[in-house]
Design a protein around this ligand. Structure first.
Ligand code: 5RP
Length: 232
């Protein structure tokens, strides 16, 4: 995805941000472009309260002097603007390529609207070509991994493989101190069923399927920015 397209999608979303909003601020390279544009507006006197979805985003916001709060002080937000790894026609998403899925989902759940910004290569017919991130507690990793493999096999993902992000020597650790198993599934025909079954495993903290969260999507492509909305 070219940087120019990320900026176009971010610019479209910025138009939806109003003075005084309580705003969730996403994670990833597209969300970073949004944050930089927001920083310029704030420097010009625009007032928002930002709730970052990761430590990386918090640091970028601080560099840009964007006023921040937390969900503890500000538990309900007007909107979150965030990127995605895949988007389908029903505005279902795979997120977590940047490893921030847990905080991103908590912030999205606390927001009245979730606006996704991406380039049109992220739009897919069926979710699942992008490996699905599964955030797991490091305790009992092998047992959790085995339980996930059994669930996946029972759901018909016979060829699925799980990869510990970062590798066993130096696993990637999330802001919550967890690991990520990336599940190569190929296609996910029933995300709701998969969601229920993996969340039933005690060691699974969260997964990167965002079902029913996104209300609007801005997709930037060669012909401009297209808007998709859940209400049509
Ligand atoms: C981070 C995410 C990101 O939003 C997602 O990975 C997209 O990132 P990018 O804009 O860099 O393609 O879910 O956890």
């Amino acid at each position: 995805m070219s940087r120019a397209l990320k900026i176009e999608a971010a610019r479209a979303a910025l138009e939806w941000v109003h003075d005084g909003m309580k705003l969730g601020i996403g994670t990833g390279s597209t969300a970073d472009e949004f944050t930089r544009l927001l920083g310029k507006k704030v420097a010009d006197g625009f007032q928002i309260t930002g709730i970052p979805t990761s430590e990386n985003t918090r640091m970028l916001c601080e560099e840009l002097s964007i006023p921040l709060s937390t969900l503890d002080k500000t538990p309900r937000l007007d909107m979150v603007i965030d990127g995605a790894d895949e988007v389908d026609r029903n505005l279902q998403l795979i997120k977590g390529g940047g490893g921030a899925l847990l905080r991103e989902k908590i912030v999205a759940h606390a927001s009245d609207k979730m606006v996704v910004i991406a380039d049109d290569s992220k739009q897919v017919e069926t979710l699942g070509a992008f490996p699905l991130p599964l955030e797991v507690n490091p305790f009992g990793l092998a047992a959790t991994r085995l339980a996930i493999e059994i669930v996946l096999a029972n759901l018909g993902f016979g060829n699925a493989t799980l990869e510990l992000r970062g590798g066993t020597q130096n696993p990637f650790t999330t802001d919550g101190g967890h690991f990520i198993l990336d599940a190569n599934l190929g296609a996910i025909p029933d995300g709701a069923m998969l969601s229920r079954q993996v969340l039933d495993i005690p060691g699974v903290v969260e997964h990167g399927l965002f079902l029913g969260y996104a209300t609007h999507v801005f997709l930037a492509g060669a012909d401009g920015v297209r808007q998709l909305s859940r209400d049509g």
